[in-house]
Design a binder for this molecule. Sequence first.
Ligand SMILES: Cc1ncc(C[n+]2csc(CCOP(=O)(O)OP(=O)(O)O)c2C)c(N)n1
Length: 591
Amino acid sequence: MSTVAPDTAAVDRSAERTGTRIASYLMAEYLERLGVEVVFGLCGHTIIALLDALGKSRIRFVSTRHEQVAAHAADGYARASGKPGVLLTHLGPGLTNACTGVANAALDSVPMVVIAGDIPSHYYGRHPHQEVNLHQDADQFQIYRPFCKRVYRVDRVDDLPRILERAFHLAQSGRPGPVLVDVPMDIFSADLSVDAFAKTPAELARPALDASTVARIVDALANADRPVLYAGGGVISARATGDLAALAEALEVPVTHTLMGKGCLREDHELLLGQTGFWGTPLSNEKCRTADLIVAIGTRLAEANSSSWDPRFTFAIPPTRLIHIDADAAEIGRNYQTELGAVADARLALAALAEAARGRPHKPRGRVREEIAAGRRSFASNWDHQWQSSQFPMRPERILGELRNAVPEDGFIVTDVGWNKNGVAQQFPITVPGTFITPSGLATMGFGPAAVLGVKLAQPHRAAVSLIGDGGFSTNPSVIATAMEADLPVVWLVMDNAGFGTIAGLESMHYGWSFGCMFERCGQPYRVDYAAMARACGANGVMIESADDLGPALREALAANVPTVIQAPMENAPTPTPGHWNINDIYRKGD
Ligand SMILES: Cc1ncc(C[n+]2csc(CCOP(=O)(O)OP(=O)(O)O)c2C)c(N)n1
């Protein structure tokens, strides 16, 4: 069966005759007009009509071997390009497979349009093949309801253009997120007027702060004794980091950040404290806990970064006063008493605040820069020496060190969950905003290996490395075949500790063993040769045999024009946890 497009002149000749054309072709042209460059997905009988149209369009289709991979890749593409990711899935198992990836994008406020095929509309209520039904009729799209901004089922072909326009509008406006457009398969093949897709999403003027709110926030910061600016992922996605730096510098306010806010200031900036919370730094947690005013921007003040909201560790609000700027009003005041909430675009808000703060007198900040430098030095002394460790299996810190030395500053580090995410957030210098990509809200194991595909596709001329655990990598190693097919020379650096190390460590701490968390066979550690797996796919695969091998292997992989898996055997050492996570108070060990 050929994958080369047949002669397009032979396709869809109804246009000239009737003023109508088949909806799927009009839809593909509309996606082109919206600027969609790539669709990620996996085929099924419900969507081949649209695949045929995409195959004959300028849009690239990246075919994955698992819908979760497609969703994470679309997510990575959106984060690295600033455009919405587009995902195409089959109904039933395709839709449910993609669920995790779409939910992950939702919780990290990533714009995405999910197009799903569905059962033929005339089978409504008859429970046909592959529909998720049993207790509801034609309702499978509702599975996406708790995390999508809207879930649409297209019941008439005439609604398709309007719904698609709404989907792209909603996915990108306000707080970005995924929107589902569920299309019964016969709708793709129905006739539609040739001018039906006329309407495109409006250009949107983003909400700004009004002048009195700007003055009030700048006054509050200038007059506070120990103010702190707290940046979330919203600052990175709004590309507001320059304005954040200008505001911080004008009023000499130290800056902390969430996991997704990492990169909000250059790592060597004199006012940068670091990440807050359980995996944060003692300095960040201390400065936040003792601040008299926190101005938070583009963050949910979520549990992990807030030490389970326990006032003894990260935020003591009140007595600390909180001003919160966010794109989503629903986030304001959820977990803390908030003095002032403002719904605004982070970039417009920070630009206005920085402008008003320029040259404005403020309370003396004492020796805040020296304190920051000393606090950062002192925490880093816990691991600095490990950056050179020649221990084998390797120390995780040495892996970070080699990675930082090999990847250019504008290269992307795409993590998963585990030591990789927590270690990078805490210990790895990021200097170019947006180059650290990580799953935060859902913390999905399996994100990193797949998201890096979309990142590379969006930024083909920049390095893209996925730093992952062996657990995360093995959730879906089909990414290697996809990278080969799509010709994406990404690098996966697998930190191999032969288990789900983070959870193994947690269980061992509370229960004295790691039952169910390590990879074992007949009671012995079980190691998979992922490097050989890569070679079997035609990619490069390197098994690291001594710590000194890693640097050269990384440089070679970054210069190669095929994907590479580098597998680095590693000690299962925990990341320091200066903050608090309430789960640790919950576990009780029986006899
Ligand atoms: C899909 C999913 N399942 C389970 C978890 C819980 N979890 C968090 S970290 C982790 C272990 C990850 O193991 P690995 O990728 O090997 O990294 P390591 O912890 O060893 O650094 C697990 C299972 C999760 N976050 N996501």
